[in-house]
Design a protein around this ligand. Sequence first.
Ligand code: MN
Length: 711
Amino acid sequence: MVRINDIVDEILKYNPQADVEILQKAYVFSAQAHKGQTRLSGEPYLIHPLEVAHTLTRMNLDVPSVVSGLLHDTLEDSYVSKEEIEKYFGNEIAELVDGVTKISKIPLKTSEESRVENFRKMILAMSKDIRVILVKLADRYHNMQTLNFLSPEKQIEIAKETIEIYAPLAHRLGIEWMKEELEDTSFKYLKPADYRVIADKIARKKKERDEYISEVIGVLKERFEQFHLNAEISGRAKRLYSIYRKMTHESLNIDDIYDIIAFRVVVNSIKECYEALGIVHAFFKPIPGKFSDYIALPKANMYQSLHTKIIGPYGEKIEIQIRTHEMHKIAEEGIAAHWKYKEGKMFDAKEDKIFAWLRRIIEWQQELKDNKEFMEVFKIDLFSDEVYVFTPKGDVRDLPKGATPIDFAYAIHSELGHRCVGAKVNGKLVPLRYILKSGDSVEILTNPTHKPSKDWLNSVVTSKAKTKIRQWIKTEQREQSIELGRALLDKEMAKHDKSIAKLLKSGELQAISKDFSLETVEDLFASVGYGLYTPLQVLGKIIPESEKPSKLKTLISSFKKGRDSAIKVQGIDGLVVRFAKCCNPIPGDKIFGFITRGRGLTIHVADCPNVHTYDEQRQVEVSWQTNKDFTYPVRLKIVGSDRKGLLSDISSIMASNKANIISAQAMTYPDRSAAGMYEIEIGNMSQLQKIIKSIQKIKGVRSVERIRGTV
Ligand code: MN
């Protein structure tokens, strides 16, 4: 079992000035947080963070990373909060631990298409701080070692994720030992039978193989010494998973011991690498086409070596890798080989080499997804086309650039979008127009009675949000249209002794709908309510010619006749019923409705000159439904003498009559008269009459006039 002192010792080896006090503190903190918790193995939970921290020292990581390794499960599995970690260990470590916690929650899918996505998410996390991924890799490394305590289903799931995502990541970061270990353990759980066969055979031939290896090393050593070349030579059996892959992809014969061995020659300089190669090729016949120069052309993960295949002493094929010590260090440790410490701090985390590494990983991503457009975007900016944000539960959502909390809400659920009234980003309230940034944690505030607004269409970029908002508006509009259309038809039918109910029963309404090429009766109502057809056009299909009105009826008479059957106008300036701007009707005015094509019902005063009364079919009888909470705009022109205090007298009368002044314009003329144009909001006619009478009594007022239309 790893102890905290082992970890401290390891760090001091590569970073002698490391702040070890904070490590002890983190150890105690983690021990307290996980107190009483056990792993499925039955061991105390604390063993896990200790192992993770220890693995991080193997990667020569800095103190904050190792501390994060010790704390990495405290946010998830205990009562500890990010604020607490920040309080005790500072912002850097709190962010790291939070990053690891979030990345653990990224839903990774193992299907082929989503693999690219997974990598993009991982790389996003890296682009912010590569250490987050390294801590996560160390976490996965230990979890793989203790996988046998999990259920078989879970084992397969985790092993699959590891071999498809984490092992390639370790490989791309050049951490070869970790990649190999992750692959082999995953392989063990994914293909247990194949794993056992290969492991058995390798074990059985160990003695034979070791003898052969030392023989080849002896021969090579001799040749190198002849040329005074100082080289370290080693040979080893390939890893199980790499043998398995070769067995399935190439025709590797596992019974042939030579095929599974790789030799390695490590020298001091690049010059010596080529010298060693020359010596090898001079004494052993090289196999054509099997030489690769990864020194001149390094692999994407910065791996450098010369690879060659030769015919050995028994006519067997031998694989040899030749590299310098430095290349060897990079081949084994990868990105970690570049960390350097100065006064206890990792000083080149952002140095060119690390960045080059990240760039190469991104290039590799492009290989994965052969998409030119995608590459273009990458050239300009990392993830410039997308932002990645977190849900309160830590799930990742990717949204296009420019997305707002409304887009986010709709991305989660349409209902969440419809009910959204506000948003918190990283715990702070933001306007709904706020542009989300990668890494933002977004929380949507809702109100169950809230409805989407048309303005939202200007603040969303995702097609899902746009479609849902439009759909909602359409449905809402349609419902109102259906209601109005039904009422209009019902009223018209009453005049002809018919009713909707009866016509529905007889199937006549259904037939009429078909006649208008409409699918349902509801569509018919909606069309009438929307002003596409008049009630008479509909009725014309079923009433005898003689009953059809042939003469214009005056509005006044129609009011006298049908006041009670009039459609009630609710005080809503909704989508269907609107008040004409030309005459500004107010309750108490004689009014009628006029159906405007595509705009629904507009309410005008009975004598409004703007309405062409000959279009009788479009006129609808309406009456006021009193609603004291609703107000209507009215314009008043007041002319009087230009005396001091006149305006304030007028205003106070309006106020005392509870009329709200929307706007007021005053003009004075050379003859010392003054005119004021007031736009006020009133509830009904009697209130207006009262106001007009009171104003007329004010000293100096000559006339008060209600103005129709715009002035
Ligand atoms: Mn863990």
